[in-house]
Write a protein that binds this ligand. Structure first.
Ligand code: MTE
Length: 325
């Protein structure tokens, strides 16, 4: 996603602009500064300056705890909270990493999640009701962004499998699609009309049922801050971070593989599977190493982000698929 150290005008259009934008004058004009892949590098982040206003009043985070799950060992120091909560990707609030102020307008209460598609019966689950039905755990997971930065976070949440069971999908459903909030009133990033809002992501039912797949509602002993995807987000630590959709409002079940937000933008760079693999470079940069937020140390990236023992077996029959980019 990210192009650092290079200016947008140094890049060939094919490297920065999805094909459909090149042929769409309106989108191209509106899209000055957008990078297919995500990540902006407009001159001095002009797009972001457009969205930033005076310092916002921070939303109040409530204390939250979960039973520590010792099964998943992070094997690295926890990243300082201030780094995790101030260096974010949340395009609905702008393409810079500094969306902390802008994201404070995210309306997080009341919050509901619609369940639809191939389920026994569509329904809507309220966030508060959901919290009464699940037991929260704390899991320290490594997170690896496709841009090559990484962090280790004590997330609080519950297995995605629990929500899938509550949804009662039909036996024929094969994929779970996550749709996230797209609120024109509070999300200035939605004005970037060349992005295919709303932000969606998807996994197979098998991936959704894997115990590592986590629905996160808190971090560092508190409810999730808006910039990290309040009130509920996905956390899939063996996949590149863009798969971990924030602020989920709908979960749909289907038997057709959906095209997700980043695939719509540039499928050749951000595929459906997006599993971490240091040996498979992104078309525009290496994935061999990662930079740890907090101290900027560079460390080697691990296949499946180090979670192979829990997930690799899901892919043994999928060797012909583009599993890693
Ligand atoms: N979810 C939504 N709705 N919008 C986004 O822009 N960015 C993704 C993912 N989920 C994104 C999103 C990307 S690229 C990453 S790396 C992670 O969120 C970043 O999560 P963090 O800001 O909590 O570190």
């Amino acid at each position: 996603m990210l192009i650092q150290n290079r200016r947008i005008w140094d890049l060939p259009p094919s490297a920065i602009t999805p094909e459909h934008m090149v042929t769409n004058r309106r989108a191209l004009l509106g899209g000055l500064g957008a990078i297919a892949g995500g990540l902006v590098a407009s001159p001095a982040n002009a797009q972001w300056r457009l969205f930033s206003g005076p310092a916002a009043k921070m939303q109040e985070l409530k204390p939250l705890s979960g039973k520590a799950n010792a099964r998943y060992v992070a094997g690295r120091a926890i990243t300082p909270e201030k780094d995790v909560s101030s260096y974010n990707n949340y395009y609905e609030f702008g393409t810079s990493k500094s969306v902390l102020d802008a994201a404070q307008s995210l309306p997080t209460t009341p919050w509901t999640i619609a369940i639809d598609g191939m389920v026994k019966a569509p329904k809507t689950i309220g966030y508060d009701d959901l919290m009464k039905k699940v037991s929260l755990e704390e899991r320290a997971y490594r997170h690896r962004c496709v841009e090559t930065w990484a962090m280790t976070v004590p997330w609080i949440g519950f297995p995605l499998a629990e929500l899938v069971k509550m949804a009662e999908p039909l036996g024929s459903a094969q994929y779970v699609v996550f749709t996230t909030l797209a609120d024109q009133k509070t999300m200035p990033g939605l004005k970037m009309s060349y992005y295919p809002w709303p932000y969606t992501e998807a996994v197979t039912i098998q991936e959704a049922m894997n115990d590592l797949s986590f629905l996160t509602v808190g971090m560092y002993g508190k409810t999730l801050p808006p910039q990290n995807g309040a009130p509920i987000r996905l956390t899939l630590p063996w996949k590149y971070g863009f798969k971990s959709a924030k602020s989920i409002v709908k979960i749909s079940f289907t038997d057709k593989r959906p095209k997700t937000f980043w695939q719509e933008l540039q499928d050749s760079e951000y595929g459906f599977w997006a599993n971490v693999n240091p040996a498979v470079p992104h078309p525009r940069w290496s994935q061999a190493n990662e930079r740890l937020l907090g101290n900027d140390e560079m460390v080697p990236t691990q296949i499946w982000n180090g979670y192979g023992e829990f997930v690799a077996s899901m892919y043994t029959d999928k060797k012909s698929e583009r599993l890693f980019v």
